[in-house]
Design a binder for this molecule. Structure first.
Ligand code: G1P
Length: 297
């Protein structure tokens, strides 16, 4: 067994143009999903899997991200003076969550380029990457299994999910071979955002990775790919076909609940799905939704 992984890298430098005008002056990662910014779910997921050291790759206009995970003393003092301990606990939730670090990406040259910015902080140990647009339901744990497989196979691990073939052009797609574990596959190739006709399968990379540090060496020479950006998928493709040097790539198949908050329609669905199951909102929301749906048909 290797040393337990403690570091998570969360790229958060994207411009969020799909959510304009909401994201004109506010990072997309701060959009609330029910009553928590999307990014807090992702940091909570990392911490729940034992990753307490979180490096966020940010960019211009992202100060509110840092503020959210820092103390807010005026608000804390006010709530403490009022004796409102419930709200005070909500304020402190994100402050005490993780050991937060930040580095700026500078030029937005792609996800691979963003990950390369983590090289100094991560050093020569395996680490996790969590993309902020994907929220994995806390009731369907994924990262723990990925960390376990990384340790067992000493490879890099990607999370894969079956999607409708018509959707595969939005993801990295994997060519795979089965293993004796039905939830784990060996990745033999990866293509970033292929057309349905060119896709090697309908297994899509969802935004969770546990990577060996060799990914940095590969990213140093990865040429711009799809969209003229340096793609993490292209670096992982090289690792998949060079197992001797880089450890190869395996996939953990995820069959649980995932919410894509980067897409407006899925964002609305995510809020509804998470809210109906909440004790404080569900009992009122469920009958209202049924009634609303009835009036629509
Ligand atoms: C990124 C990756 C892609 C992956 C996706 C998961 O794309 O490049 O391989 O499938 O995240 O959400 P993006 O959605 O940032 O364009």
């Amino acid at each position: 067994m290797g040393t337990p992984i403690t570091k998570a890298v969360i790229p958060a430098a994207g411009l969020g143009t799909r959510f304009l005008p909401a994201t004109k002056a506010m990072p997309k990662e701060m959009l609330p999903v029910v009553d928590k910014p999307a990014i807090q779910y992702v940091v909570e997921e990392a911490v729940a899997a034992g990753l307490h050291d979180v490096l966020m790759i940010t960019g211009r206009n992202k100060n509110s991200l840092e503020n959210h995970f820092d103390r807010m003393t005026e608000l804390e003092d006010l709530l403490a003076r009022k004796g409102d301990l419930t709200k005070l606990a909500k304020v402190n939730e994100s402050t005490d969550l993780a050991d937060m670090h930040y580095v700026r990406q500078g030029d937005p040259l792609g996800l691979g380029h963003a990950i390369l910015r983590a090289k100094m902080h991560v050093g020569r140990a395996p680490f996790a990457v969590l993309l902020g647009d994907d929220i994995i339901d806390a009731r369907d744990p994924l990262l723990g299994k990925m960390l376990h497989e990384q340790d067992k196979r000493n490879a890099s691990i990607v999370a894969l999910m079956e999607v409708d073939p018509s959707q595969i052009h939005m993801y990295g797609a994997a060519a795979i071979e089965e293993t004796d574990d039905p939830d784990v596959v060996r990745v033999t190739g990866l293509v970033e955002k292929p057309s349905a006709a060119d896709a090697p399968s309908n297994l899509a990379i969802i935004g969770r990775y546990v990577l060996r540090p060799e990914v940095f060496d590969v990213l140093e020479h990865t040429k711009p790919g799809k969209g003229n950006e340096i793609q993490l998928t292209d670096a992982l493709q090289e690792m998949a076909i060079t197992p001797e040097e880089t450890g190869g790539v395996y996939g953990v198949i995820f069959r649980g609940r995932r919410y894509d908050t980067g897409d407006r329609l899925d964002y609305i669905k995510a809020i509804i799905q998470l809210a109906v199951d909440r004790d404080d909102l569900g009992p009122d929301l469920r009958p209202w939704l049924r009634d609303f749906a009835g009036r629509m048909s």
